[in-house]
Design a protein around this ligand. Structure first.
Ligand SMILES: Cc1cc2nc3c(=O)[nH]c(=O)nc-3n(C[C@H](O)[C@H](O)[C@H](O)COP(=O)(O)OP(=O)(O)OC[C@H]3O[C@@H](n4cnc5c(N)ncnc54)[C@H](O)[C@@H]3O)c2cc1C
Length: 406
């Protein structure tokens, strides 16, 4: 049986970029994905918040990330549809915009407060009466599906092997992971990296590891074609998400994430929208902090109505455009920083997940992870991976993992 240098589990933005960087350095790589059409990446807006660095590391990553996106189509020989557009972070009429300015001052490029009329000049389809104003900043944008396809094509051209299969477990010899299991056979590798998005925690649980990765059930409405051109990416100016994620990832909730289906925090609506270059448009987004992975407990019709109502009051031309409700799992960590690097106590097993704003920062992190994998080179990112190596965040079960009910 062939033994790969690396097996990468998951072909979202994380696995696609990382597998490409590994193969580019001459390593033999197997990329395995279950082909779920509704991954977080496939439901994503694809916005590149390169303005959003808040400290030296994230500013450096945002800068390196946007530079990479600017030349990625040429490098991959596939169009990622990179462009820069205006981001509008809108807030309701009863809110005083000045009271929100402090939350934006921390960013490398602070979004600017504008009136409803100025926001409408940026996005003519916006109803100025529905908002109290907005914050605006230049934002990068790519088509997420085309970006992943570009990475995949370049990966295969360089000799990477790409396989459609569900990873059902990890193969162990004592304390070492030596490969993966699928329904039909096992595959061997010197190293396995889990980049399986919202499924990562569950996969690692089977390997007797509890990692502080959590997920939301995110729901959007995908409109295949909107005739009116829409220029801006719209998202809420008051970010309730980070507060909700902090509540849901409090260490006290950890046992609940590994237990029977549970709702850790109430759902939130982030009214937003993006139109891609072909006119297809995503309306978003409801996020649910449910510990199960399926959609059984979700009322799709109710969510769709809520999403449509939230954004069509701001952008009336989107009302009644036919579309489809979609659902995905989005993973996040306890502190908005990704969990990357070797997992303590198990040789050959790595994690590459839990990114917030991955389109802004993931590309340079994937490059550095690959160069560490190849040369063991130390980088400024050590402070990120030390979060894993420090063993403070990862619990290793000595016996069988606790029962998990999906
Ligand atoms: C509506 C919405 C808008 C967003 N907008 C933005 C944005 O503008 N900018 C931004 O930076 N981020 C945005 N995000 C977040 C971003 O899309 C995600 O964080 C990112 O795509 C996650 O990528 P990933 O590769 O970690 O996970 P995923 O994209 O979920 O990929 C994981 C892959 O692993 C596969 N997999 C899982 N389990 C297995 C298994 N056992 N075997 C084989 N394969 C498996 C899955 O099918 C999937 O293909 C948005 C998310 C949503 C939902």
């Amino acid at each position: 049986m062939e033994t790969f240098d690396w097996i990468v589990i998951g072909n979202g933005l994380a696995g696609a970029a990382l597998s490409y960087e590994l193969v580019r350095l001459g390593l033999s790589v197997l990329l395995v994905d279950d082909g779920n059409p509704d991954s977080a990446t496939r439901c994503s807006y694809g916005g590149i918040a390169y303005w959003s660095g808040t400290n030296e590391i994230t500013r450096e990553l945002c800068q390196a990330g946007i530079e990479r996106h600017r030349q990625l189509s040429d490098e991959l020989e596939t169009e990622t549809e990179f462009r820069e557009l205006d981001l509008l972070l809108t807030f309701p009429p009863h809110v005083d915009g000045e009271s929100l300015t402090r939350q934006y001052e921390q960013f490398a490029i602070a979004p600017r407060l504008i009136s409803p009329q100025e926001a409408q000049e940026i996005e003519p389809q916006l109803n100025p009466a529905a908002i109290g104003g907005a914050f605006t900043v230049k934002h990068g944008h790519v088509n997420p599906i085309k970006t992943v396809d570009g990475f995949n094509q370049a990966f295969r051209r360089l000799g990477g092997q790409h396989m459609l299969a569900t990873v059902t477990g990890l193969v162990h010899i004592n304390n070492r992971v030596t490969g993966i299991m699928t329904a039909s056979q096992a595959y061997a590798a010197g190293n396995v990296v889990v980049a399986a998005g919202g499924n990562s925690r569950r996969l690692l649980h089977q390997a007797r590891l509890s990692v502080p990765l959590y997920h939301t059930h995110a729901e959007i409405v995908a409109l295949p074609k909107v005739e009116q051109p829409l220029r801006a990416l719209i998202m809420p100016g008051i970010a309730t998400r980070f507060e909700a994620e902090a509540t849901a990832s409090d260490p006290a909730t950890d046992s609940r994430w590994d237990g029977p289906p549970d709702e850790i925090a109430p759902p939130i609506l982030d009214a937003g929208m993006i139109q891609f270059l072909d006119g297809s448009t995503y309306l978003g987004q409801v996020s649910r902090f449910r510990t199960d992975l399926g959609t059984e407990a979700i009322d799709a019709a109710q969510s769709e109505a809520q999403i449509r109502q939230g954004i069509t009051s701001q952008v009336p031309c989107l009302a009644n455009v036919p579309g489809r409700w979609r659902h995905c799992l989005v993973t996040f960590s306890r502190d908005e920083l990704p969990l990357i690097g070797p997992l303590p106590g198990v040789e050959g097993l790595h994690l590459f997940s839990g990114f917030t704003s991955p389109f802004a920062i993931l590309l340079p992190i994937a490059q550095r992870f690959a160069s560490w994998a190849m040369n063991g080179e130390k980088t400024a990112l050590d402070s990120l991976s030390d979060r894993l190596l420090g063993q403070m965040l990862v619990t290793r079960f000595e016996k069988s993992p606790p029962d998990t009910t999906t």
